[in-house]
Ligand binder design. Structure first.
Ligand code: 13P
Length: 257
């Protein structure tokens, strides 16, 4: 065991209006006990349009649920129609920003270089980037999983000093496990999390590598979370589908080893 605190994040993706979000957050709040938050940082990442309502309900009821966003532009402001900047998110009490999700890489042309720029901007605004990495099925079958993840990490953290790398979290999400019901085995997840930590030693140093939280994502549910979290290098979960149901997400947060 290490002293890294668990981090469990619900990535709502493009789901939930601001009204849905208020209800979902209230339900989640009622299903969690105060001591759950002693063990785990509990984060929900709704779409941008729900962040203001989410912030309002969280602050009004003094909830301990924290807020995440699903992306951020690298500039603070300017002529970038349709984009949202890191300082805008920070002003909405957002603490975490998911970056480089495989869906963004696949559908929106996200590159390691852009992830690097976004990571700098999110850090600059005082929030925690959750940098997503992960291989496709064919890359895994070709034995390239580690080299793909290694190069995504080197790209995302290029020219960042150890202090900045240490202020990030990482989510290992094998693309073939996302939304498929096909979870990586705890061994595969644990092995890749260990590889990620070794890579962080090379990119930064061993203190930084020990400090960074490495999450697993891909079909996490209340039934498999415990075995995944039992792995020494897995410090949390990035949950998609199951995070949309407050009962299911609360059960994931409340897992016990
Ligand atoms: P699922 O939990 O729906 O597989 O999604 C995982 C994910 O992409 C979280 O970011």
């Amino acid at each position: 065991m290490t002293d890294r605190r668990d981090l469990i994040v619900g990535n709502w993706k493009m789901n939930a209006t601001h009204l849905d979000a208020i209800q979902m957050i209230q339900k989640l709040h009622y299903r969690l006990e105060l001591d759950d938050y002693d063990r785990v940082d509990v984060v929900v990442a709704p779409p941008f349009t729900a962040l203001r309502s989410a912030q309002t309900v969280i602050e009004a009821d003094r909830m301990l649920i924290q807020l995440g966003a699903q992306n951020a532009h690298w500039e603070e402001n300017g002529a970038f129609t349709g984009e949202v900047s890191a300082p805008m998110l920070e002003r909405l009490a957002v603490s975490y920003v998911i970056l480089g999700h495989s869906e963004r890489r696949q559908y929106f042309g996200e590159t390691d270089e852009l992830v690097n720029k976004r990571t700098r901007a999110v850090l600059g605004a005082g929030m925690t980037p959750i940098v997503c990495v992960g291989e496709t099925l064919s890359q895994r079958e070709d034995g390239e999983a580690q080299s793909v993840v290694g190069s995504q990490l080197r790209g995302a953290f290029a020219r960042l000093g150890p202090d900045l790398v240490g202020a990030c979290s990482i989510a290992y999400e094998p693309v073939w496990a996302i939304g498929t019901g096909r979870t990586a085995s705890p061994e595969d997840a644990g092995d890749m999390a260990a590889f990620i930590r070794e890579t962080l030693i090379e990119i930064a140093n061993s203190d930084t590598a020990e400090q960074v939280r490495v999450l697993y994502g891909g079909s996490v549910n209340a039934g498999n979370v415990k075995d995944l979290m039992a792995k020494r290098h897995v410090d949390g979960a990035l949950v998609g589908g199951a995070s949309l149901d407050p009962d299911k997400f609360a059960a994931i947060v409340r897992y016990r080893l």
